[in-house]
Write a protein of this length. Structure first.
Length: 288
């Protein structure tokens, strides 16, 4: 079988706007795999929201992200594109970040040019580091990876700060530094998305945040533009958040789940999702 890194590389280079649904834990990753998606995006914002109960403002650590990646890699066979934020520091930190996350099971790493601590790409108040610093981080990542197919996805948040053309120019320089894929975050129109895809030579990433800045064109249109993948990083999280609010509010109000029974997965579905039959077979195989 092909290595996960090679599978992810192939997916991105098809430029068919493959949808990567985001997971912040093994359960969401299992659902993504069961539904037939080709890869999983390990969402840094999702980990911050679900693990810390905090916003995406750079509060998670490398070891926390690595622990989540390792757990998700154990739960599914799909390749993992991992949000590595800014690399958690300078180019020397980037060396350690690549080593740790590659060892944990990442098939690709997304790194960005924000000042540490970073913020969600759709928040106000972002800042970017000098281009030379980001290029050094990319070179460090490329030099450090042990598997040459580990995808280095270089993201720039310069669109909101320096303008679209400056962001495209930054992405072009990142390609020259060795990035396999680039990602201009938070364009605000279909015209900007087309300009990005047409100007840059490597596969591109689009990021659709429900309620965010970038318009949702649909997979067909993104594929026509030649994007490598489209991230829906926190669709599962947002769906679960809404359902949790509604179900728990009903339970508090009514003292019963009767009025929201149709909003709950059944016990059997829950056990199937976490692959309980597989563990039952292991118990039978190794029973003394």
């Amino acid at each position: 079988m092909a290595r996960p890194t090679t599978i992810l590389k192939t997916i991105l280079n098809k430029r068919q706007a493959t949808i990567l649904a985001g997971a912040a834990n093994g359960l969401f990753a299992r659902i993504i795999e069961d539904l037939g998606y080709e890869a999983v995006y390990v969402t840094g914002a999702g980990v911050a929201n679900m693990y810390l109960g905090a916003p995406d403002i750079g509060l998670t650590t490398l070891t926390e992200i690595a622990g989540h990646v390792a757990a998700i890699a154990d739960a599914v066979e799909l390749p993992l594109l991992v949000d590595a934020d800014t690399g958690f520091g300078n180019p020397v930190n980037m060396v350690r970040t690549v080593k740790v996350l590659e060892r944990a099971g990442a098939a690709g790493l997304q790194i960005e040019d924000q000042v540490f601590p970073k913020k969600c790409g759709h928040f106000d108040g972002k800042e970017v580091v000098p281009l030379e610093e980001m290029l050094a981080k990319i070179k460090a990542a490329v030099d450090t990876r042990r598997d040459g197919d580990l995808q280095i996805v270089a993201r720039t948040d310069a669109r909101a700060i320096l303008g679209l053309q400056a962001a495209i120019d930054r992405a072009g320089a990142m390609i020259e530094a060795g990035a396999d894929v680039t990602f201009v975050e938070a364009p605000t129109s279909a015209e900007e998305l087309a300009q990005i895809a047409g100007a840059l030579s490597v596969p591109q990433v689009a990021n659709i945040v429900f309620g965010g800045l970038t318009p949702e064109l649909g997979q067909k249109k993104f594929a026509e533009l030649g994007f490598g993948c489209v991230l829906y990083a926190n669709a599962a999280l947002q769906a679960a958040l809404k359902a949790s609010h509604e179900v728990l509010a009903a339970l508090k109000r009514d003292g019963s789940l009767a009025s929201v029974a149709d909003r709950l997965a059944g016990f059997a579905v829950r056990q199937q999702t976490v692959a309980k039959p597989k563990y039952d077979e292991l118990e039978r195989r190794y029973r003394p």
